[in-house]
Design a protein around this ligand. Structure first.
Ligand code: FAD
Length: 324
């Protein structure tokens, strides 16, 4: 049986692995079979991860994180977790290939998924004028014309934030009224740079190298029209990837995994959660990485306490490595 299994290969998972490996816990990281590296694999330049004044490409950053985790002894399995048994002191993780791994502690870092429009262009234009994150990418659209799709609070917040950079921000919404709170709506209505396009949905995104516009379909008449744009932000929701732990771990009202205060401790002893899967608000690579650190340290302390209770001395080398 292992000390620790980390589920997820985004910034949270790899950072947890770096800390756990340096604490000599020999972590096993389950990276998934298709989305190795997490959400940053879908983007181009990352300009807000500290340490890279010239920016870093998302996939390069994730490759470096993986190298760092492996350098200290993390073992990586390229498969999906399909089932979890979290009860009791031995946690069991079932993989897509049918194998079962066991550990005394689990770090659950499966991230969250931005809802997509369901258009084929999303795969090719992501990071090329198409974004799901104004905080991450707004800076690239200075003096540009862009659009935000959505009608909820996050769409209003993103549109208002983006007016700091863009000259013009359209808000495209498929109904004739918004779901957003009154205060967020009013803030957007009062902003001179924002123009609402009601009863419209995106039928296609134009552009080969980068977004150049969209085709809008009128949701009442079905009529199509073109709109020239330099960028498109999709803000129609975000779903924490929690399906494996429904009924096993407590969730928050927002659907994220509930943790105890600023810790990573979930409702089940020995199970720690980190990154976007616990975070309804910030969802940044650096906050996910920080959260991965918290989870590794919490798991380390939990394992040390188990060893203490069993009468074994806590490994001095482990604590020293964590403290460094
Ligand atoms: C297009 C885009 C651009 C972005 N740009 C920036 C940016 O510039 N700066 C910034 O700070 N943030 C950016 N973000 C946000 C950032 O990517 C996330 O906040 C961060 O990746 C979250 O890290 P995480 O480790 O929690 O989850 P993720 O990165 O989502 O990683 C979760 C991992 O868990 C794996 N997983 C899920 N389920 C299973 C399973 N059952 N079995 C095994 N593995 C599983 C997934 O495959 C994935 O590898 C961007 C996000 C997007 C979508």
């Amino acid at each position: 049986m292992r000390d620790i299994i980390i589920i997820g290969s985004g910034p949270a998972g790899f950072t947890a692995a770096i800390y756990a490996a340096r604490a000599e816990l020999k972590p096993l990281l389950i990276a998934s079979s298709v989305e190795i590296g997490g959400e940053l694999m879908n983007t181009t330049e990352v300009e807000n991860f500290p340490g890279f004044p010239e920016a870093v490409m998302g996939p390069d950053l994730m490759t470096k994180m993986q190298e760092q985790a492996e350098k200290f002894g993390t073992e990586i399995v390229y498969d999906d977790v399909v089932e979890l048994d979290l009860d009791g002191p031995v946690k069991r993780v079932k993989l897509g290939n049918g194998g079962v791994e066991e550990a005394r502690a689990i770090v659950y870092a499966t991230g969250s998924a931005y809802r997509k429009l369901g258009l084929p262009e999303e795969a090719t234009l992501s990071g090329h004028g198409l974004s799901w994150c104004a905080t991450c990418d707004g800076f690239f659209f200075r003096q540009k014309t862009i659009a935000v799709v959505g009608g909820g609070d996050s769409a209003m917040e993103e549109a208002t934030f983006l007016t700091r950079f863009a000259d013009k921000v359209y808000v495209i919404h498929r109904r004739d009224s918004l779901k957003a709170s009154k205060i967020m709506q009013q803030r957007a209505f009062d902003n001179e740079k924002i123009e609402f396009i009601w009863n419209a949905e995106i039928a296609a995104i134009h552009g080969t190298e980068a977004v150049s516009g969209v085709s809008l379909r009128d949701t009442v008449t079905g009529e199509l029209r073109a709109l020239d744009l330099d960028g498109l932000f999709v803000a129609i929701g975000n779903d924490p990837r929690t399906h494996l732990v429904h009924g096993k771990l407590e969730l928050t009202a927002e659907g994220t995994i509930a943790v105890d205060g600023r810790s990573s401790r979930t409702s089940v002893p020995g199970v720690f959660a980190a990154g976007d899967v616990i975070d309804p608000h910030y969802r940044q690579a650096v906050t996910a990485a920080g959260s991965g650190t918290v989870a590794a340290l919490d798991a380390e302390h939990y394992l040390a306490a188990l060893d203490d209770a069993a009468g074994e001395p806590v490994q001095a080398a482990q604590l020293a490595a964590v403290a460094e």
